[in-house]
Design a protein. Structure first.
Length: 364
């Protein structure tokens, strides 16, 4: 198993290496590496002979055996919802469920950030507690942490955003520095792990063949700051994209790949991709709908579960309304970062900072 900051990806230009995309662009045109050696050694053309449900439970057990205190970051969305269900199905103990919102700042239970917490997370936690499940629950106000960005980084902010230019995203990386419970556990010699619901498959079609690629969009979970402090005593695990169980990403890719090859049901598709999830059907010249993608990957997901979708932009998006509507003096600071990114990449980024994909893993 890989236990170093490199497992979450890094950029290279020539023989130079960094976790910061902006720094990489200062050197030239970067390549993003995501556990290339591990995933390249796997035969992506062969579908693993095991169900996704069993792989999910195996992944839970793998994480549980490795760490003393496991924290699942639960947003109520399909990715983390599936992890919670897999954890319950595995019979393993989950030490803590944690989530963030901005209610203490906005006073609004139903804005874009808080609605899923109100309708899904809080309801699920109550149901589990009522059934007798024993775990800690932590609800944190994200603006308190997001605003620390300016004090921590002062004049070099651009080096700490790779894809999501949002205070709500980078604020998550500071929580581990601030929560005393986590610090106390680490001081006791406990291995504390934060588990993140990253990520669904990205399936593309080129030259008559389908392939899978990873994308450097994980800085809404952990980014350059977290990677630079990897030896501080805490650990992170991307549940789905992991070099410790490559067959999980491969199986998920094949589940979608198989559906794209055989389905001619246009009601399952749309003309444009959702977010970056291309999942393109060459047969129909259309892209898979996100609700279909969720149900293919996550057996216990239902359209009846409340979902308000992702923000249409990762640049001061809907999750940062508490900030953009505050008339903060720091608004121009964030906007200046976007200007710097557009200049250094040579592109006008409007929905997210410049995205870079990993190498291609051919599925056929």
């Amino acid at each position: 198993m890989l236990d170093n900051a490199n497992k979450f990806g890094y950029y290279t230009v020539g023989n130079k290496k960094t976790y910061s995309k902006y720094e990489a662009f200062e050197w030239g045109t970067p390549t993003w590496h995501f556990n290339d050696e591990v995933f390249s050694s796997y035969d992506w053309k062969k579908e693993p002979d095991i169900s996704l449900s069993n792989l999910y439970k195996n992944r839970v057990r793998q994480i549980r055996e490795k760490y003393d205190y496991c924290v699942l970051w639960y947003s109520g969305g399909s990715d983390s919802h599936n992890i919670l269900q897999a954890w319950l199905d595995s019979g393993c103990k989950l030490d803590e469920v944690a989530t963030t919102w901005n209610y203490e700042t906005t006073g609004d239970y139903y804005n874009h950030y808080n609605a899923e917490i109100t309708h899904v997370v809080l309801q699920d936690i109550k149901k589990l507690k009522d059934k007798g499940f024993d775990f800690n629950f932590r609800l944190l106000n994200i603006p308190e942490y997001g605003l620390k960005t300016f004090a921590k980084f002062n004049n070099d902010l651009e080096y700490h955003f790779n894809y999501n230019l949002q205070l709500s995203s980078i604020g998550k990386q500071f929580i581990r520095d601030e929560v005393k419970d986590y610090k106390n556990l680490i001081e006791q010699g406990k291995k504390v792990c934060f588990i993140w619901g990253k990520e669904k498959p990205y399936i593309f079609y080129e030259d008559g063949r389908y392939y899978f690629s990873f994308i450097d969009s994980i800085d809404d979970c952990l980014g350059p700051y977290t990677q630079s402090k990897f030896n501080s005593g805490w650990y992170d695990e991307l549940f789905y994209w992991t070099p410790d169980m490559p067959e999980l990403a491969v199986k998920a890719a094949h589940v979608i790949f198989n559906f794209l090859k055989i389905s001619d049901d246009v009601s399952c598709f749309r003309s444009e991709p959702y977010d970056n999830y291309s999942c393109y059907s060459n047969k129909l010249n259309m892209h898979l709908k996100i609700n279909v993608l969720k149900k293919l990957l996550y057996p216990k997901w239902s359209d009846k579960i409340y979902c308000n979708g992702k923000s249409p932009t990762r640049i001061l998006g809907l999750r940062d309304d508490w900030f953009t509507q505050s008339n903060s003096n720091h608004l121009n600071t964030i906007k200046n970062i976007l200007t710097k990114y557009n200049k250094i990449t040579g592109e006008k980024n409007t929905k997210a900072l410049y995205s870079i994909y990993s190498k291609k893993y051919w599925l056929e």
